[in-house]
Design a protein around this ligand. Structure first.
Ligand code: CP
Ligand code: NVA
Length: 307
């Protein structure tokens, strides 16, 4: 494993499988009340420059369950919000803590933080990637389908951080991936270059959700406007509305028994109907739960004896 978890592009298939296997073990341990203080005495600094429910609670709870401590630093209230360079924050936190989780805007900030920090840095979401979420998604899909290789993962919607990480993560573990995104809202070019270079699994990008969803084993979507894009919400709605939605009609085109995943928060009536959301709530909340187990695996592998 590398020192940091910045984006799935940096991980090999073996790295991802190791995280998923460790995550399954973490979940088993918790369900059987087997507690392990793998991170006793260790502190994780958590920098949030955007809102969060799941990421904050699962990282903080995960650190506690592993015997460590997590420290919440809001961008606004720390010196980061007053312009202290990330290079300096990296070196200061490295003198106090054992790991840093950061949720921010630019991927370059996270990369710079990792470059200057002597401790592991974990990306808790940027505009480019959401690797921790997609590790939990892959864990959930494998749990429900007993395999990943050869399954078809279909993403419908904005070519955002979730689309980028799902495409990379899905292809790396041997899934076939399709994506339907409106023109002008494609996934990142770096991700498309990677996707088109993959051999053994197929990748397709199209405009029509019906084409992308055909025979899918897993349908995934995300919000039309991500955090930081609130000002574009109306313009985005005009582009996405009525087309880029997981609904009952779209599900009929997928494989029977198709799973639905959503990283949450979900906007019912926009990217997913309330009916589909509720019919697949079990899988969606398993996915949310698995953030905890997958992140405990990452924390153990990067900060604990697993490294
Ligand atoms: N899915 C996810 O990252 O949720 P939060 O924004 O609540 O952390
Ligand atoms: N694409 C969404 C994901 C939220 C977890 C956002 O960046 O706001």
């Amino acid at each position: 494993m590398k020192k940091d978890l910045l984006k799935l592009l940096d991980l090999s298939k073996a790295d991802i499988v190791k995280i998923l296997d460790t995550a399954d073990q973490m979940k088993y341990n918790q369900k059987h009340s087997l507690t392990h203080q793998y991170l006793a005495g260790k502190t994780l600094a958590m920098i949030f420059e955007k809102n969060s429910t799941r990421t904050r609670v699962s990282f903080e709870t995960g650190m506690f369950q592993l015997g460590g401590h997590a420290l919440f630093l809001s961008g606004k209230e720390s010196q980061i919000g007053r312009g202290e360079p990330i290079e300096d924050t990296a070196r200061v936190l490295s003198r106090y803590c054992d790991g840093i989780m950061i949720r921010t805007f630019g991927q370059e900030e996270v990369e710079k933080l990792a470059q200057y920090a002597s401790i592991p840095v974990i990306n808790g979401l940027t505009d480019f990637a959401h690797p921790c979420q997609v590790l939990a998604d892959l864990m959930t899909i494998r749990e429900h389908k007993s395999r990943l290789e050869g399954l078809k993962l279909c993403y419908i919607g904005d070519g955002n951080n979730m689309a980028n990480s799902l495409i990379v993560g899905g292809l790396k573990v041997g899934m076939d991936v399709s994506a339907a995104c409106p023109e002008g809202f494609d996934p990142d070019p770096q991700v498309l270059d990677f996707a088109r270079s993959v051999t053994g699994s197929t990748f397709t990008l199209c405009r029509d959700p019906k084409e992308a969803a055909a025979d899918a084993d897993v349908l995934v979507t995300d919000v039309w406007a991500s955090m930081g894009q609130e000002g574009e919400a109306a313009q985005r709605r005009a582009v996405f509305e009525g087309v880029y939605q997981i609904n009952g009609e779209l599900l009929k085109l997928a494989h029977p028994g198709c799973m639905v995943q959503h990283c949450l928060p979900a906007h019912r009536g926009e990217e997913i109907t309330a009916e589909v959301f509720e019919a697949h709530a079990g899988e969606i909340f398993d996915e949310a739960e698995n953030r905890l187990h997958a992140q405990k695996a990452v924390l153990y592998l990067l900060m604990g004896e697993g490294k």
